[in-house]
Ligand binder design. Structure first.
Ligand SMILES: Cc1cc2nc3c(=O)[nH]c(=O)nc-3n(C[C@H](O)[C@H](O)[C@H](O)COP(=O)(O)OP(=O)(O)OC[C@H]3O[C@@H](n4cnc5c(N)ncnc54)[C@H](O)[C@@H]3O)c2cc1C
Length: 239
């Protein structure tokens, strides 16, 4: 499926965390994609065009809109996004990428941190809505509970289906409140073995900023000896 450029407009803006915003854009004729893919997003302000690659955080089963989700930084692109409101125009080049669910495999383990959750949320929602009979597990790291994007969605899927399990982890013990029921500390080999004793049977998906992806790949390929053929990755180059 080749990428096509679509002129569309924003329909809704949702705040996910203090610095993460989701933007929904109207679907026009021919706008097709698969869960886990990404798009080129172009916005205009003050006579300038600004573009970034952003993953779909929506699933194809969510009809009528496509959604992208951006961690808002101090960049010019982020500043334009922060001002976007329903009706504003946006150009989407889509679909791009091959970070896709291996539907033929029965067991999956997703590793992510922070904003790296976007294509995973897309794949999970897609698998959930299509009632795929797959064992889906996610280890999702964040700095604080307030930084967890899509927590409500992930918990809802876990609550409704035994096949979907998310383990949240906070980066440091100091960040874990007394009431915290998840893990504390960065995702490491011991955590993966404890949470998924059957990890050798799983297909791995790693997504996030380059430093995090490099770190997790070194754990998978080094300490855990996972073959390259069982690891899929999406590198959020640009962070
Ligand atoms: C395949 C793919 C998928 C991706 N999916 C996503 C996604 O779903 N969501 C997402 O958020 N990102 C995603 N990214 C990354 C995205 O494309 C951007 O590179 C990233 O969001 C950083 O863009 P930026 O505009 O915030 O900062 P850039 O302008 O690219 O600068 C990089 C960093 O510098 C800092 N910075 C820049 N300008 C300023 C300033 N004026 N003041 C202070 N600090 C500044 C910011 O901390 C910023 O993070 C993806 C990348 C790829 C390749």
């Amino acid at each position: 499926m080749g990428a096509t450029v679509f002129e569309t407009h924003i329909t809704e803006v949702h705040r996910r965390t203090r610095d993460v915003l989701s933007f929904r854009a109207a679907v026009t004729e021919g706008m097709n994609y698969r869960a886990g893919q990404f798009m080129g997003v172009t916005v205009r302000a003050d006579g300038r065009e600004l573009s970034k690659y952003l993953s779909f955080s929506s699933a194809p089963s969510e009809k009528g809109y496509v959604e992208f989700t951006k961690k808002i930084s101090g960049s010019d692109f982020s500043k334009v996004l922060e001002r976007l409101k329903p009706g504003d125009g946006v150009t989407l080049k889509m679909p791009l990428g091959s970070f896709l669910l291996e539907e033929a495999a029965p067991k999956h383990l997703f590793l992510s941190g922070g904003i790296g959750i976007t294509p995973i949320r897309s794949m999970w929602k897609d698998a959930f809505d299509r009632r795929l009979a797959l064992d889906m597990m996610l280890l999702y790291g964040n700095r604080t509970p307030e930084d967890i994007a899509f927590r409500d969605d992930l918990e809802a899927m876990m609550g409704e289906s035994k096949s979907f399990k998310t383990v949240f982890s906070l980066d440091t013990a100091a960040a874990c409140p007394a009431s915290w029921k998840g893990r504390c500390g960065f995702i490491n080999a011991a955590m993966i073995k404890e949470e998924a004793p059957d990890y050798l049977e799983r297909v791995f998906y790693v997504c996030g900023p380059p430093a995090m992806v490099t770190h997790l790949l070194s754990i998978l390929q080094g300490q855990l000896q996972i073959p390259e053929s069982r690891i899929k990755r999406e590198n959020f180059a640009g962070y």
